[in-house]
Design a protein around this ligand. Structure first.
Ligand code: RIB
Length: 309
């Protein structure tokens, strides 16, 4: 794929990830000794912004940080990635978002304390509307208040922008909002929550994705971890892109890599199938490195991987 510079605006969370590595995860009520701790920039919004910027997108971000040490460090790491952070505000009296991540072998458990992310409000979007106007694609997740995400979707559509919504962490969404979404990218459990359907096999997956299309989005893309991804449009035919066998170091942020790469590819005029295929590659590369944000691949790495597969 040729390297282009599409304009992507991410509206979402910024966290400091406190990553604790241990041989195994503790049982309920148990204390164990771990091996390492890392303080790594994270947050689904910021991770997606960094991944998009590393692929070459002209990336802007709207979000909220606390006036604290984590906030300073998170701000500088976004700036180092050449992301326009004129839409990232600083709030007093509340700490920056933090994620506590337990990492063991190929598994992780995450608890997010939103902190300043909860202060990213609809009025911020009105104030920074030009950042929406400048974008080709608006990329959203659900780690900031739902009313802000809903406002962002409405504004983006009023400005005739394409909307990619990564519905993570899982939450119910209204039909009105779902019907304004161009691309929704749940994982299996998010798809299950959005549709109220249990998914155990391929047939369930197809039915649930079709049920989600009934609720309004134009396209549904379901991420399936190491099994790649499935996608569907209004023709209701389930299509699959298989995953890659890679040596897994850290799966944190794999979904973020996927969403950024998917948005990048759609913004550069690729088809749904091409975009899903590209996103599966980029997220496979992400899991070979530690850290959600620092582990995002750059364009050269993606090109090398594309040539080797
Ligand atoms: O998707 C991974 C991200 O989820 C982490 O970086 C953490 O901050 C949480 O937001």
């Amino acid at each position: 794929m040729e390297r282009l510079k599409p304009k992507i605006t991410v509206i979402g969370s910024i966290n400091m990830d406190i990553v604790v590595e241990a041989e195994r995860l503790p049982e309920q009520g148990e204390t164990i000794l771990g091996e390492k701790v890392h303080f790594i920039p994270g947050g689904k919004g910021a991770n997606q912004a960094v991944a998009a910027a590393r692929l070459g997108a002209e990336t802007r971000m709207i979000g909220s940080l606390g006036n604290d040490e984590f906030g300073k460090s998170l701000r500088s790491s976004l700036m180092r990635e050449h992301i326009d952070i004129s839409g990232v505000k600083e709030v007093d009296q509340i700490h920056s978002g933090v994620a506590s991540i337990l990492l063991s072998k190929n598994d992780n458990r995450i608890i997010v304390i939103p902190g300043a992310n909860a202060e990213c409000v609809p009025a911020d979007l009105e104030q920074k509307r030009e950042l929406i106007q400048k974008a080709e694609i608006i990329l959203l997740q659900l780690e900031i208040p739902l009313k802000t995400v809903e406002h962002a979707v409405r504004l983006a559509k009023a400005e005739q922008k394409k909307v990619v919504l990564n519905p993570a962490p899982a939450a119910k969404l209204s039909k009105e909002i779902l019907s304004l979404i161009d691309f929704i990218t749940p994982n299996r459990s998010e798809l299950s929550l959005l549709t109220g359907q249990t998914i155990t096999d391929e047939k369930d997956l197809e039915q649930a994705m079709s049920a989600l299309i009934d609720l309004g989005p134009q396209h549904v893309v379901t991420t399936l971890g190491d099994q790649g991804a499935a996608f569907m449009d209004h023709h209701r035919k389930l299509m699959r892109i298989p995953g890659y066998r890679v040596s897994v170091v850290d799966t944190t942020g794999a979904g973020d890599a996927f969403n950024a790469a998917f948005a990048y590819s759609i913004a550069t005029g690729h088809s749904l199938e091409e975009a899903v295929s590209f996103a599966v590659k980029v997220s496979a590369l992400k899991v070979t490195k530690l850290g959600a944000q620092i582990g995002m691949p750059n364009w050269e790495e993606v090109e090398r991987f594309q040539q080797s597969t």
